[in-house]
Structure formats: C-alpha cells, structure tokens
Design a protein around this ligand. Sequence first.
Ligand code: COA
Length: 375
Amino acid sequence: MSMIVDPGLEQVVAARTRLSDVQGGSGRLTIAGFALEDIAHRATFEEMVYLLWRDALPNRTELQSFTRSLGEARSLPDQTLDLLRAAAERRAALMDALRMGVASLDVEDDSEQQSMNLVSQSASIVATYQRLLNGDAPVPPDRSLGHAANYLWMLTGEVPDPEHVRALETYLNAVIDHGLNASTFAARVIIATGSDLVSALAGAVGALKGPLHGGAPGPALDMVFEIESADRAEAFLRAKLERGERLMGFGHRVYKVRDPRADVLAGATRRLYHYGSGDAALYELAIDVERTALRLLEEYKPGRNLQTNVEYYTALLLHCLGFPVSLFTPTFAISRTAGWIAHCREQIETGKLIRPSSHYIGPNDRVWKEADDRE
Ligand SMILES: CC(C)(COP(=O)(O)OP(=O)(O)OC[C@H]1O[C@@H](n2cnc3c(N)ncnc32)[C@H](O)[C@@H]1OP(=O)(O)O)[C@@H](O)C(=O)NCCC(=O)NCCS
C-alpha cells in the first residue's frame, strides 16, 4: 500500500467533530452551530461549556443547575495545594504549575464529575498559583459567582466589575475551541488509548505551552510598548520588516482573511477602553500600530494576506484587565480545558485508537557485534 508522508498532518482529517469549524478562507469560526461573533459576547462561559458538552443551549433551570455544579467543584484538593506551594518556592512558571497541578488532581470514576472538576479546578490552580507567586495568600473560591467572575475574584480578592467579567467571559468564549489544533489533538490521542481525562488534560497543557501554539500575545504587546508613540510606528515597523523580522500578532496558518476571534476581541476591548478601564493612550496607540502594520505588510508581503490575528487583541484585552503577560497563556488554557474535554468525549464515542504510521528511513543491513568488538 502506498502511503503519503505528511509530517505536519495538514492534509489529514483525523476526526469528525460537531464542536467547532474553522473556515480559514472565509474567516468563519462556528462553535456548535453558532457563528462566533453571534455568541461570544452574549453567552456566559457556563452556557458555552454546556453547549459544547451537551450540544444544546441550556434552559434557565438547566443553566442554574449546571452553573451551581461547576461552582461547587472549585476547591482544590490538599495534594494540589501542597504541590503549588512547593512550585511557587521554586518559582516555577505558571504553565508548568498548571501542568503539574492538573496532573495532581484525583482521577474520578464519574466522567461528568471529573469534567466539572477539571474546568473549575484548572481556573483555581492558575489563580491560586498566581497569588502564591506574588507572595499573597490564596483567595478561596466564591460559589455565588460565575466562572469568569470567580476567576477574577480568586486572582485579586476584589469583587469584580461586571464590565470586566463580561470582557473576560467574551475572551474565554472566543478561545474555547478551535478545530483540531495541536493541544486538542494531543488530548484526543491520550484519551483514545483508554487513559483518563486528567492525563489527557495534563498532556494538552504541555502541548499548549509551546510557543508555536500557546501563542505570542506577550511579544505583540511588547511591540506596541516598544513603539511608544504613533509617530514612531511606521519607522519602527518598516525597520523590522526590512530586517526580515515578523510582526507579532499578524498572520495565521489557517486564516487568510481577518481571524474572526480578533474581531470579537477587538469589539470587547474597545468597549472596555470606552468604559474607562485600562490605559486609553495605549489602546489608541495599538489601533494606530495595527493600521500601519497592515499597510506595511501589504507593501512588503503583497498577496500573502497577512491580517491581525487573535493574539494581538488578546494581549490588549487581558492587559486592560490588569493581567500580567505571564497570565495570558494560562488564561487561554482554562478556557480551552472545556474544549479539550468535549473533544475527549467525542473521541471516547468513536472507540478508536489513534495510531498513525511512520515511514522508516534507517538502514536494514546492520550486523550485531559484541560491545568489546565495537569501534
Ligand atoms: C502565525 C504564523 C506562524 C503563520 O505562518 P505561516 O502560515 O506558516 O506563513 P509563512 O511562514 O509561510 O509566511 C508566509 C509569508 O508571510 C510572511 N509573514 C508571515 N507572517 C508574518 C508576520 N507576522 N510579519 C511579517 N511577515 C510575515 C513570511 O515571512 C512569508 O514571507 P515570504 O513568502 O516572503 O517568505 C506567522 O504568520 C507568524 O509568524 N506570525 C507572527 C507570530 C504570531 O503572531 N503568532 C501568533 C499566531 S496566532
């Protein structure tokens, strides 16, 4: 049988999914039947999770019960708290602490309870660890708050502003699922062996941590900071392109038109700044930098269709919420956890082990020699 070698698996369709559809050519992202721009700014995070896991939006009673169950699953077991304290003493990076924290959670027999625990506790791990790193006491979860509000509460110990909750929730909704991306594929490979959700998610966090996946929101923000003022933007960006460098926050492997998540996040970020949160001067500068960058990218890379990607506005939105750069990827992870779990459930339904082939390119004619006879 002749086989095609495709190291990046770009041409391989490895799963059927009803969860999300990424149409790179037209810039459409569909989440369980909804256009992202129709749902991200309206739904609570709990509604998005319910939609992915149950393939329908909950009615009022179902939503209340689901929200309550997620809220009750937030407390971390002692072994996880001990581990986070030890990691903070060693100043482990947040994504490493999240990977270790997830891996330390108990494996449950009941997959529904396990799913709830993983979504709720991954947020608790990040918020708790961030406080420990800063030398602050962890803030216990508040069951009366929704997922996004509770995350802000556990990070700051302050009752969150509803506008901030809405902005964060829009962000979490916008990145909850995105086709068969690398971390989702990693989770599906692990669960397909008959392993458990804790193991699948620990692997997925590991995959998301890589700079080619977890993204570049930090460098995108650094670039805006470095430009400092709008009148420096053109010279700065032109010099970068002349040196053959890439502009962070622009271009995408799949989207060849504007990333629909960038639009959704741009709207949420605009709203936050107009509301009076964050640094309005930085926001205006970022808009100017974006306009100049798009013009110069068309000049230097004509026909490549390089557009603003999700990372650019992720950086602005999370910065405006007061998040340090180190929290950007972990916050992405706590949303994507719900998507990973939804994919694991689909994969379990197939009952199929994922086991691609490899093409051997080594020798076939080696002759065994005892250790003493080897050169
Ligand atoms: C995301 C990314 C890796 C996708 O890359 P890709 O689909 O593999 O595209 P390619 O690397 O084939 O690039 C195609 C062309 O566009 C150029 N290009 C791509 N992104 C660019 C960017 N951000 N700035 C300047 N040039 C860029 C490449 O240099 C290449 O030019 P060439 O044809 O003259 O060689 C790439 O756009 C990038 O590095 N962007 C910046 C980092 C970033 O924002 N990452 C977050 C992604 S969500």
